[in-house]
Each structure stands twice: as structure tokens, then as C-alpha cells.
Write a protein that binds this ligand. Structure first.
Ligand code: PBG
Length: 339
């Protein structure tokens, strides 16, 4: 394909040189294909009952459980740093078998939304919709004993509660809901209840391809949502599968999802790539707690350069096809991009 010039024949040196466009930062910037910006990021936050609570999560350095007052203060800084959007996770006052506080209009997340929308109306507030933080057993839905010692998470009975949870979030002022439970049919159930109640314009970002991943470990410390027994393999996806991810995403789009998410991110770049190419939908990826903690731990040991790895991984996730990245690095990365 490339014809050799007389010069090349004589010298053996290449005329096509990839390095010409790598010689200075300016030319590198001019030909850069993937560019991060602060509005790409969504910052996950953990809200707890109380006042003046600011408790660092031991497995996630610089990530805190915050009471509503502290959350509002923190969000003011986050917004100033250029991050336009946060996603809220709630740790309730009390947990019970049915996760009642998840869909209580005075639940912790509902209170936090109201306060945030009052103080910083321009901040785009997303809420995670799931029961696992609110149930005493730490599972994502209602349980029934199907045989002695064998429990099952009930799918259809859980849908009503997830829809109710979503509605209370939106009524409190949430701009978007993000179901993370992985029950079948929840996007349709949520969409229907929101529409019936006059919230047809509120979008849904579904955790569409969510894998049963070991990378969620630190999050379960942060959200205090570790299952008391068993695991989440009956509803979250097998890490070995990608055709199944395409089916999951297709179903969620069919049910009315406006943005589809792949989670985790770095170990699933092929899934992000496929989902983006197959559907051309607004696509989000979640760089989850374990991905964050791994980088933090290595950096603390002096083994990796934290800033470089932060930017490299975020760029990789966007390059693979994500339009949005949920990441605990959101604020750090936004600050770096503003310099
Ligand atoms: C479920 C939920 C989880 C995460 C987000 N939503 C935990 C799980 O499925 O066990 C994990 C996020 C992270 O690891 O950062 N409500």
C-alpha cells in the first residue's frame, strides 16, 4: 500500500513518521481523539442521618458518609469545581425486611434531595434506586423462603417498591433516577408510575449491564449494604458474558431507559464498546469503588502515579464509548482539567 520513495529506497528510512505529530504538547493536543471535560463526570455521594457528620470510609480514602448539611456544603464546592451532577446513595435511620425507608417521603435521600434543590437548584441530582441499603438482610429486593433454608429474591413484588422509591425521589426534586437493582422489568415499572404521576419528562438512567463483581467491595462498606448471607448472582450478570449484556441493554431501552450504563468500567471496556456501537444510546460507565480503591492503595504505596492513572483510566473509559463516567475521582479530575 505504501510506495517507497526514491529517498526511502536509497536510505532505508521511513517517510511516513508517526512521531511527527507527537513532538510537542500543542500538536498532541491538536490531534487528540478523546478529550475529557468536567461535565462528563457524575460524582457518587453517601448521605447519612444526623448533623455535621463527615465520616471517611476506611477502604475509600477521601470519600465520606455525609449528613445532609455537610452534603450541601460539599456539593457547593463540587459544583464550583465544574462537576454538574451527583448521584446519591442513602444509609437509612433504620433498616427492615422491606427496606421501608427507601420509599418513605421523609427518608434520608428524599430529605437530601429537597435540601440540595433548595440550596443549589442548578445541580443535577440523580438518585440510585435499589433496596439493598435499606433492607436488614442487605438484599436488593423482598425475600421469600422457597424451601427450608433457601431464600429467593422476589422479582415482581420488588418492582412496586422500586417504582415507589423512584416516585418519592422525583417528587422530592430528583432530576433523574438510576435503578441499580437488576430486577427484570423495573425500568418499565418505574416509567409507568412516573408517567402516571405527571413526571413524563424525568429521565431514567438504568444500570443496564451490571455485573456481579468483586469490585463493589469497598462500596458495601460505604453504603453498609453487604448481603447478610448469599450473594447477588441471581440478578447481577456473570462477568463472563457479553451477548447477555446486549440483551439486558436492549430490554432496558425497550422499557424506556434514556441512558444505559455498564458497570464496572475498566474490566468491562469491551462491553462499553459493544453497547455504544450496537445502540448508539447515551452511554454511562461506572468506575466503581474497587477500581478507585485499587488506584488509591497503589498510589499510597508509591507504586503508581495517582493523577496519571486517574486520567488514563477515565480517558480509556470514554475512549471505549462512554459519554458519562460515574467516578469517585470526579472532583479531582475536574479540578485537574480546569488548571
Ligand atoms: C446497589 C449498588 C451497588 C453499587 C452501586 N449501586 C452495590 C452492589 O450492587 O452490591 C456499587 C458501586 C461501587 O462499587 O462503587 N445499590
Amino acid at each position: 500500500m505504501i510506495t517507497m520513495t526514491e529517498y526511502q529506497k536509497k536510505t532505508g528510512f521511513p517517510t511516513v513518521r508517526m512521531r511527527r505529530l507527537r513532538m510537542t504538547e500543542t500538536i498532541r493536543e491538536m490531534v487528540r481523539e478523546t478529550v475529557l471535560q468536567p461535565s462528563d463526570f457524575i460524582y457518587p455521594m453517601f448521605v447519612v442521618p444526623g448533623k455535621k457528620v463527615r465520616k471517611e470510609i476506611s477502604s475509600m480514602p477521601n470519600v465520606f458518609q455525609l449528613s445532609v448539611d455537610e452534603l450541601v456544603r460539599e456539593c457547593e464546592n463540587i459544583y464550583k469545581a465544574g462537576v454538574k451532577s451527583v448521584i446519591l446513595f442513602g444509609i437509612p435511620f433504620h433498616k427492615d425486611e422491606y427496606g421501608s425507608e427507601a420509599y418513605d417521603e421523609n427518608g434520608i435521600v428524599q430529605q437530601a434531595i429537597r435540601e440540595l434543590k433548595k440550596q443549589i437548584p442548578e445541580l443535577f441530582v440523580i438518585t440510585d434506586v435499589c433496596l439493598c441499603e435499606y433492607t436488614s438482610h442487605g438484599h436488593c429486593g423482598i425475600l421469600r423462603e422457597v424451601a427450608p433454608g433457601q431464600v429467593e429474591i422476589l422479582n415482581d413484588e420488588t418492582l412496586d417498591l422500586l417504582a415507589k422509591e423512584s416516585l418519592t425521589h422525583v417528587q422530592a426534586g430528583a432530576d433523574m433516577v438510576a435503578p441499580s437493582d437488576m430486577m427484570d422489568g423495573r425500568v418499565a415499572a418505574i416509567r409507568a408510575l412516573l408517567d402516571e404521576n405527571g413526571f413524563a419528562s424525568t429521565p431514567i438512567m438504568s444500570y443496564a449491564a451490571k455485573y456481579a463483581s468483586g469490585f463493589y467491595g469497598p462500596f458495601r462498606d460505604a453504603a453498609e449494604s453487604t448481603p447478610q448471607f448469599g450473594d447477588r448472582k441471581s440478578h447481577q450478570m456473570d462477568p463472563a458474558n457479553t451477548n447477555e449484556a446486549i440483551r439486558e441493554v436492549a430490554l432496558d431501552i425497550d422499557e424506556g431507559a434514556d441512558i444505559v450504563m455498564v458497570k464496572p468500567a475498566l474490566a468491562y471496556l469491551d462491553v462499553i464498546y459493544r453497547v455504544k456501537n450496537e445502540f448508539r444510546m447515551p452511554t454511562a460507565a461506572y468506575q466503581v469503588s474497587g477500581e478507585y480503591s485499587m488506584i488509591k492503595a497503589a498510589a499510597r504505596n508509591g507504586w503508581l502515579d495517582e493523577q496519571r492513572i486517574m486520567m488514563e483510566t477515565l480517558t480509556a473509559i470514554k475512549r471505549a464509548g462512554a459519554d458519562l463516567v460515574m467516578t469517585y475521582f470526579a472532583v479531582d479530575a475536574a479540578k485537574l482539567l480546569k488548571i
